[in-house]
Design a binder for this molecule. Structure first.
Ligand code: NAD
Ligand code: G6P
Ligand code: MN
Length: 441
């Protein structure tokens, strides 16, 4: 059986050890001969890499391992690039969140002005990695979950239309885990779903079990009372701020009880609530730096000091096994049905053909084949048209280096009350992003 070679781009990510452990746990389904890490921050990556090298030596000593900041070394001889980079790191995420909040606007990693700011940084970083892959391993596929996935996907559609890149998000997967629990099923894979929208901006229109029984009524009843809050055993999405997000789905569902919402819609539909409940001095970036980042790097340092994983509390990121499902679908033509971010191309009949939408696709060795959705209702369509225009304008602004278009993008975001506020936020964002954004004219 063929064994695969992969490179994890963003080797220094807080998610890397959990993903490596997940890959090792799935070797029977997806055999690996080589794992490489690539990052542009050597010091950050080294801590994670030295610990992962020890983990690999203990658990799978036949897998070759290498961590590098040299693109040629990292991207040569790979079958898959698993990409989770964060251009500007948490220092910039913190500013993306705090600057809009200072102006009374939602401060969020991927939604509103914060997401736009992050998008302007990510586009270049992702294009660069894609170019390395194409130069050094032209047959490889890039599985991208770097954010903001909606903007990154639109940028690669525009600038690299023939590239082998698949954009995927774990939020629907996480929510479906909660839904399965509500429906009394063992796994989200026991459900067949219909879903439509944009990334971090969508709805489930149908959920059945494998026999075709409708699960929507039971899930709806729960969500109208508790949102998606349930007791599930998971490591991601467990902080109190995430519980609040899961609960808030209750109010989103009230707006249209026929469609179960993605949790991220709260930032667009209840921005006033979000701003009121935000601490301008301590945002999610601070929570993550004080929580996940300290924990993961702390544990890695312990592994390095001891030279062994004994007593190590790093855990398998089981929920990330969707990455293996995706790699398997491509490698073994499994035709698994997965939600991916793809060009609409008529799948949603009454929506922009060129919009990057998140919909179910059958995935095989030629890539994704989108499932036909048909027409969507006016309310969701209206919201999506506004948001997809924001995403398209950001990409146009990046390509054309246009201040005007970026100002339009921020103005058009449903999270922003006026063109004046949009301009004030934009001017502040430009100040702090000089190192990362193209210089705007
Ligand atoms: P992190 O800051 O811990 O890790 C990101 C790494 O990327 C850092 O080590 C950084 O040095 C590196 N990096 C930055 N720019 C780079 C470049 N141009 N080339 C190579 N490496 C670069 O961040 P994290 O919290 O672990 O998240 C990583 C990414 O995964 C983020 O984009 C996050 O939004 C994303 N994410 C996506 C999903 C999803 O559903 N799609 C889920 C979780 C996380
Ligand atoms: C979800 C989203 C990701 C996002 C993450 C943020 O998983 O799907 O796109 O990056 O949440 O989590 P964090 O713990 O970093 O706030
Ligand atoms: Mn996501």
């Amino acid at each position: 059986m063929k064994k695969f070679s992969i490179v994890i781009a963003g080797g220094g990510s807080t998610f890397t050890p959990g993903i490596v452990l997940m890959l090792l746990d799935n070797l029977d389904k997806f055999p690996i001969r080589k794992i490489k890490f690539y990052d542009n921050d050597k010091e950050r990556q080294d801590t994670i890499a030295k610990a992962c090298e020890i983990i690999l030596r203990e658990k799978a000593s036949d897998i070759e391992f290498l961590a590098s900041t040299d693109p040629e070394e990292a991207f040569t001889d790979v079958d898959f690039v698993m990409a989770h980079i964060r251009v500007g790191k948490y220092k910039m995420r913190e500013l993306d969140e705090k600057i809009p909040l200072k102006h009374g606007v939602v401060g969020q990693e991927t939604c509103g002005p914060g997401g736009i700011s992050y998008g302007m940084r990510s586009i270049g970083g992702i294009l660069e990695i894609l170019e390395y892959m194409e130069r050094y391993s032209p047959n490889a596929w890039m599985l991208n979950y770097s954010n903001p996935a909606a903007i990154v996907a639109e940028a690669t559609r525009r600038l690299k239309p023939n590239s082998k890149i698949l954009n995927i998000c774990d939020m629907p997967i996480g929510i479906e885990g909660h839904m399965a629990e509500i429906a009394g099923l063992e796994s989200r894979k026991d459900m067949i779903v219909k879903y439509f929208g944009l990334n971090h901006f969508g709805w489930w229109s149908s959920i059945t079990d494998k026999e075709g029984n409708d699960l929507m009524p039971r899930i709806r009843e729960h969500v109208l009372k508790h949102g998606y809050e349930v007791n599930v055993d998971e490591h991601q999405h467990t902080d109190e701020s995430w519980n609040d997000t899961f609960r808030k789905a209750k109010d989103i569902l009230e707006l249209d009880k026929d469609y179960l919402p993605n949790t991220y819609l709260k930032y667009y539909l209840f921005p006033d609530y979000v701003v009121e409940h935000s601490d301008k001095e301590y945002t999610r970036a601070n929570e993550v730096m004080d929580g996940r980042e300290k924990f993961v790097f702390g544990e890695c340092r312990k592994v390095i000091e001891r030279g062994s994983t004994e007593g190590c509390e790093l855990h398998i990121d089981e929920h990330a096994s969707y990455i293996v499902d995706l790699a398997r679908a491509i490698s073994y033509n499994t035709q698994e049905r997965m939600l991916l971010i793809v060009e609409n191309n008529g799948a949603i009949e009454n929506f922009d053909k060129t919009g990057m939408v998140e919909i179910p696709c059958l995935v095989g060795n030629n890539g994704p084949e989108p499932v036909r959705i048909g027409t969507i209702p006016q309310f969701q369509k209206g919201l999506m048209e506004q948001q997809v225009s924001v995403e398209k304008l950001v990409v146009e602004a990046w390509i054309e280096k246009s201040y005007q278009k970026l100002w339009q993008a921020i103005t058009l975001s449903k999270t922003v009350p006026s063109a004046k506020v949009a301009r004030d936020i934009l001017d502040d964002l430009i100040e702090v992003n000089r190192e990362y954004w193209p210089e705007l004219k």
